[in-house]
Design a protein around this ligand. Structure first.
Ligand SMILES: Nc1ncnc2c1ncn2[C@@H]1O[C@H](COP(=O)(O)OP(=O)(O)OP(=O)(O)O)[C@@H](O)[C@H]1O
Ligand SMILES: [Mg+2]
Length: 485
């Protein structure tokens, strides 16, 4: 051995039988999952290390949903296993580059750590090639993210020997990706070019993890004490009882309809959720029978507040309505908070640009309950034939693609009862806007068309705005809200 080389030892732990099965499987897609705590992440991490050392030049992508999870679950343990912090560089098994979050091995192999916080984060992997992709907690990834990643799982061209690309998944039931993981690995229902022989599922149970049984019996007790449905999923790895979906009642055949002609009598609202990352704005038309129709969606990112206001006003016009047709424009009350550096709130800017908004509550639990009132499916009878059929108060026109996509993806919050999980953030914008409408509507479901000036009570904030506003502002406010009451 040349003089300047040192021997570096790698202490490989002994793996439990299921971990071994996972590590020895050679299918195209290998999932290891079910219950919590079986040692899935441990196995995934070690599989990456062993592949990198066994195959020269192999390119591996190891993913979790968020950076925080990645750091905690893999970055630190991998640094330890690969001795990247050793003072003497020659004693390191790999070099770690923080900028690119990758471990580079002397044989040319790489383990790249990544995360996909937002739906679109996955696009950064488009066009890249990884011989192996490991998706940790894969039920936290959307089907779109999974599909996009499969496109990057192809020969990197950097390996010296032949190697068939593979993807590894670890997972627990419940999450935005529950449905696609369950279909492919549990139900084994295959579509188009998917082939059954490409998919292997290895069920995991916490009781199989001897280390945890010995060192953390409290963790097992916590799982045993979960509410029954969650316990079935998290302790026994049952995929059928709990999928965590917040709106399991959502049914495209009932809640989604084709756009219809605007009726003669109606009430029109606009509601919005605004941030630079996304403007989600809906035109909502109420019919005389109380049906709530979400007729149009604006879903656009990177709009500053003035552009967002212009976009909303212009859309209303394009839809054939005038500003007078809009009964109220509802928005969450945090848009009224003043930005310290600007000295203005989003509402101030919207207002200067001609969009007058009405504050609504952001109370999440009450808001989601109000959305559930709207999505609730009832059996009613046809007035003429007497035939029973199912209907919900809420109908979404089929053009509102993002709302229709996101509502069924929403998951229960992990710890807050009756609330929705706030990740992945991207899927929350549309439903949040609907929630703002719903909470308003649940407290004010007035169907009569009141004279315009009766619509609003002037709040102290509005009165302030009126007196500090210029002539144009005053005129607009009087036109919109009537005389100060
Ligand atoms: N073969 C093993 N030898 C020693 N310790 C192990 C082994 N497998 C797992 N462990 C330890 O058991 C604990 C739980 O393992 P791990 O985090 O991999 O479980 P998990 O299935 O990913 O859990 P979760 O479902 O919560 O994601 C960790 O502390 C891990 O280091
Ligand atoms: Mg894990």
């Amino acid at each position: 051995m040349p003089e300047n080389y040192v021997t570096v030892s790698l202490e490989v732990p002994s793996f439990y039988p299921k971990q071994e099965q996972f590590m020895l499987s050679k299918s195209r897609y290998i999932a290891y999952g079910g219950a919590r705590g079986g040692g899935k992440s441990f196995a995934g991490r070690w599989k990456a290390v062993l592949l990198a050392m066994r195959y020269d030049g192999i390119q591996i992508l190891l993913l979790r949903r968020t950076l925080a999870e990645l750091r905690e679950n893999h970055l630190v343990p991998l640094q330890r296993i690969l001795k990247t912090q050793k003072k003497n560089k020659q004693e390191r098994l790999a070099q770690y580059k923080d900028v690119t979050k990758e471990f580079i091995f002397p044989n040319g192999s790489r383990i790249v750590l990544g995360y996909c916080d937002n739906e679109k984060d996955v696009l950064q992997y488009q066009g890249q090639a990884y011989d192996v992709i490991i998706i940790e907690e894969s039920t936290h990834f959307t089907e779109f993210q999974f599909q996009t990643l499969t496109e990057s799982n192809r020969p990197s061209g950097l390996m010296e020997e032949a190697f068939k690309p593979r993807m590894y998944f670890t997972c627990n039931p419940g999450g935005v990706g529950h449905a696609w993981v369950k279909r492919l690995f549990i139900d084994k229902v295959y579509r188009r070019s998917e082939r059954a022989e490409d998919y292997t599922f290895i069920p995991s149970l916490v009781y199989e993890n001897e280390w945890l049984m010995e060192n953390d019996p409290d963790y097992i007790r916590t799982l045993e004490n979960l509410p029954e449905e969650r316990k079935q999923a998290m302790l026994y790895g049952n995929w059928d009882v709990y999928d965590g979906q917040f709106f399991p009642e959502f049914d495209r055949s009932i809640h989604v309809i084709e756009p219809k002609k605007v009726p003669d009598v109606f009430k029109l609202y606009r509601v919005l959720d605004y941030g630079l990352d996304m403007l989600a704005c809906y035109h909502i038309l109420i019919e005389t029978n109380g049906d709530v129709n979400v007729i149009h969606e604006i879903y656009e990112s990177e709009l500053i507040a003035s552009e967002a206001a212009a976009k909303i006003l212009e859309t209303t016009k394009k839809l054939g309505f005038t500003e007078k047709d809009v009964y109220l424009t509802l928005a969450p009350d945090d848009l009224w908070s003043r930005d310290a550096s600007l000295g203005k709130s989003v509402n101030d800017i919207m207002y200067e640009n001609g969009l007058i908004m009405t504050k609504v509550s952001r109370d999440r639990v009450a808001g989601w309950l109000a959305v559930k009132e709207l999505t609730n499916i009832e059996e009613v009878r046809d007035k003429i034939t007497g035939d029973p059929y199912k209907k919900a108060k809420l109908r979404i026109y089929s053009v509102c693609n993002n709302l229709i996509r996101c509502l069924p993806l929403l998951q229960y919050h992990d710890t807050k009862h009756n609330d929705v999980a706030i990740t992945p953030h991207e899927i929350t914008h549309g439903p949040d806007a609907l929630r703002y409408f719903a909470i308003f509507w649940s407290s004010t479901p007035t169907l009569e068309l009141a004279p315009r000036e009766m619509r609003m009570k002037w709040s102290p904030d509005m009165i302030d705005d009126y007196y500090s506003g210029d002539r144009l502002t005053k005129e607009r406010m009087l036109e919109k809200y009537g005389e100060i009451n």
